[in-house]
Design a binder for this molecule. Structure first.
Ligand SMILES: [Zn+2]
Length: 492
């Protein structure tokens, strides 16, 4: 990530940025009814009187959500409330037939906590204000005729809203934080956090101030569905607001929509005052009881935090930072790589080599079924490191191993004739043949053109299916062509 910091046009303002991040909690159904929460289902097939807001239908809290909220809170270092409360947030919109959303206002399930991000001049902690549980609203789907039809599959889907303190000062810091929050939430197993599919949604609050002054009018940016759009939207907004302030014009407190097409933000609505929502306790629902036992269970089960994993990869395994970050970017990659590294062939010796093969050969496979077992990959890494397998045949061995995940890579190499050829007699015959077939290049090399040797080496590799030992081959070729050189000199 570049360390650039957005300065205002005149360079006199500082950006104050806070985030409100919604993540869809996966795998536990809906929050207040027994419906499934499947994003792939046909519209209005995961519905019941509760989530469609029929009068008199009573919500019943899905207590699996408590575990997920506690897990997320522990992952982010929050305080967990032992009895958080549900409130009604009133507003009118076609996707909300009850006329209110059930959320947590007075007492959220988590408070405090935070994450360290990389910022200009080192690490910086971004504090969290709160995490609360709430239900999602329905989704309006626009038909070909432009008419909006509500799809209630999303109504009542469980959400965690993670609210930060306004601790970020640039688009880079905000994006760094959102990316890290995504990673922690995915590692916690709380959500898949796919921004393009809406299972992670980021609203950004941006205001500007002169250094040392209190923040100015707050503008909320919505409709951002990728980290790159997030960067564009914030950068644009800082520029727009500082342009207004430079001309002595006020910044309106409002909600603005980001337009992907133009890369700009446009007014959506005036910012709703919190009192406008007429929050009140939801008397249908009791407090969210959190037992000490549940907290202890979740604490014991918490995965190693992504930051700690990355540090282990760089400091203990000696990986380059970009390789470590690439591996931790997906829990699946990290699990696999850890599995490979725990094999005795690798452990304490070949972690860097294992990372190289995992990154270039395994994680690039589109289909996970084409991966060898972790132990097999460890064997393949060892074969390459010992010089028993040339890079030309690594892909072939990986494919063979994936077809038979109980097979030993060394045995597969021998059975399919993939191993490196070191035998001098065998390679001498190859060299002779290559010199005849690449006689022009060989002659050029003899005449002093060093680079011409590459063509002869290439021919040898082709003749052996990439299996010739490069060091032996180089020596044999130079001996042979050097001898030829001397023969020719003697003839003159
Ligand atoms: Zn339902």
């Amino acid at each position: 990530m570049s360390g650039s910091c957005e300065k205002s046009v005149s360079g006199t303002y500082e950006a104050v940025i806070g985030l409100e991040v919604h993540v869809e909690v996966k795998g536990i159904g809906k929050l207040f009814c027994g419906c499934e929460a499947l994003s792939s289902a046909a519209p209005n097939t995961c519905v019941c009187p509760v989530c469609t807001g029929y009068p008199g239908a009573l919500p019943s809290y899905n207590s699996l959500m408590t575990r997920m909220a506690v897990r997320e809170g522990l992952m982010l270092g929050c305080e967990i409330d032992r009895g958080s409360l549900f409130d009604r947030k009133h507003y009118f919109y076609p996707d909300l037939p009850k006329g209110y959303q059930i959320t947590q206002f007075r007492r959220p399930v988590c408070t405090g906590g935070g994450l360290a991000i990389r910022a200009e001049g080192g690490e910086k902690k971004i504090r969290l204000r709160r995490i609360h549980i709430e239900e999602d609203a329905a989704k309006l789907v626009y038909g070909a005729d432009g008419r909006a039809i509500p799809d209630f599959n999303r109504a009542g889907v469980p959400l965690l809203e993670i609210v930060t303190e306004p601790d970020m000062r640039s688009a880079d810091e905000a994006v760094n934080f959102a990316e890290k929050l995504r990673l922690y939430t995915v590692y916690a197993g709380v959500s898949d956090c796919r921004m393009n599919e809406g299972s992670m949604r980021v609203d950004v609050n941006v205001s500007l101030r002169k250094r040392g002054d209190p923040p100015g009018a707050k503008v909320e940016l919505k409709n951002i569905n990728s980290f790159s759009f997030m960067r564009t939207a914030i950068t644009y907004e800082i520029r727009r607001q500082s342009g207004l302030l430079d001309r002595g014009l006020p910044v309106a407190e409002e909600t603005r929509r980001f337009s992907e097409k133009s890369g700009t933000t446009e007014p959506m609505r005036e910012k709703e005052d919190q009192t406008g929502y007429r929050y009140m306790p939801d008397t249908d629902l009791g407090p969210v009881a959190v037992s000490e036992k549940l907290i202890a269970e979740e604490a014991a089960r918490l995965p190693e935090a992504p930051d700690a994993v990355a540090r282990r990869y760089t400091d203990v395994f000696g990986l380059r930072e970009e390789d470590a970050m690439l591996i931790i970017s997906t829990p699946d990659f990290s699990d696999y790589y850890n599995g490979v590294c725990s094999a005795p062939e690798i452990s304490g010796k070949l972690e860097k080599e294992a990372a190289k093969i995992c990154i270039s050969r395994i994680f690039t496979l589109a289909d996970r079924d084409r991966r060898p077992a972790e132990r097999q990959t460890a064997g393949i890494v060892k074969l390459v490191a010992d010089g028993g397998l040339g890079s030309a045949n690594v892909g072939r061995l990986i494919a063979l191993a994936a077809e038979n995940v109980s097979a030993d890579p060394a045995e597969l190499t021998a059975a399919h004739g993939l191993g490196v050829i070191r035998d001098e007699k065998e390679l001498t015959a190859v060299v002779e043949k290559a010199i005849i077939e690449e006689s022009r290049a060989a002659a050029q090399f003899v005449a002093g053109k060093e680079a011409a040797l590459a063509a002869v080496i290439g021919k040898c590799m082709k003749l052996t299916g990439g299996r010739a030992d490069p060091a032996v081959l180089d020596r044999l070729l130079k001996e042979r062509l050097g001898r030829k050189l001397r023969d020719e000199q003697q003839q003159h």
